[in-house]
Design a protein around this ligand. Sequence first.
Ligand code: ZN
Length: 370
Amino acid sequence: MHSAQAMMFHHFYDATHPPGQGAISADTLSAIIEYIGVERILPAAEWLWRARQHTLAPHHVCLSFDDGLRCQYDIALPVLQHYGLTAFWFVYSSVLDGAIERLEWYRYFRVTQFTAIDDFYVAFKQQLLGLPNSAQLLQQLKYFSAASYLSEAPFYSTSDREFRYIRDEILGPERYFAVMDQWLEQVPCAMQPIADKLWLSVAQVQQLHSQGHVIGLHSHTHPTRMARLARRVQQQEYVMNFERLRAVLHTAPQVMSHPCNSYNSDTLDILRELSIQLGFCANPYTSQTSRYEYPREDHANTVRQLYRAYFKMRTLIDKSRDIPCIDDRQKINFRSVTQGENRDSPLEEPHREKNTAKCKKRMLKWNGPI
Ligand SMILES: [Zn+2]
């Protein structure tokens, strides 16, 4: 259909928002934007307009932020403002009314209460062992294949994949929530989620909209397996999301992205009925057959390319004995770089220093597909 590219972002970290599990810093977002080339990144509204007119070109790129997260507003938005960019923001709406969506709360628990994500996975399996049918449940792990499960997300480690297999394929949402809720009951009160730390407020969504960002649907409660839900339930998810966002924005949302990349023909029918103009998947390999299946590249894949380019650039700089534009004091953890940022420890990254002009000149520009 076209080969313009959309970039997908989730979590960001700084001194206030915790690192871990794929979170990137403002500096990494800047580096990604410069690596792609600011001039290639269209304002979200223009990307939407061009998509509808079928005038997107292969070099066009757009940025998108899923899940309506407060860390995106606090950390990514100032970077976008610095470059004069606007993006798509896909917001699940239950949290706008004060609901706590467990997936985000549990993630907050994982990244703040465990020094390494693998420690969490070990502790999670311990929790499972406490279940009456634990042996039976864990036996189903024999069907798990790290090579093929979630193969569209190469940045997941084997234990990331195994955890998601247990969560989504063996337990399913209800049993998973029961295990986690029971576990969290034993955690000190300080762990109770604070909605304004995790999600955007209504006023912030309105502010983004007034600044030219394009706000879109992402379901009401963010089910992880939308495609497994009855049509009636899917309809409820998207109609509630649509109505809530319409009330907040004072205009009908026109775009959406599929939570956890899960949808079926019922989902696409519902989006058509809501007159949605454009939808995004969460992987870059989708064989796009409708206007609701635009592919997106996860930032983790671009970060890997960026670091490959960075090391290539460092090699060239070292050879020429030129002044490096990246702070030598920052030691790069190559292993975590090559495996994406989906690690437990914050990724140490190159910082652009005072000599920004030199840096910009030297920044390797990426011309291929993302
Ligand atoms: Zn999502």
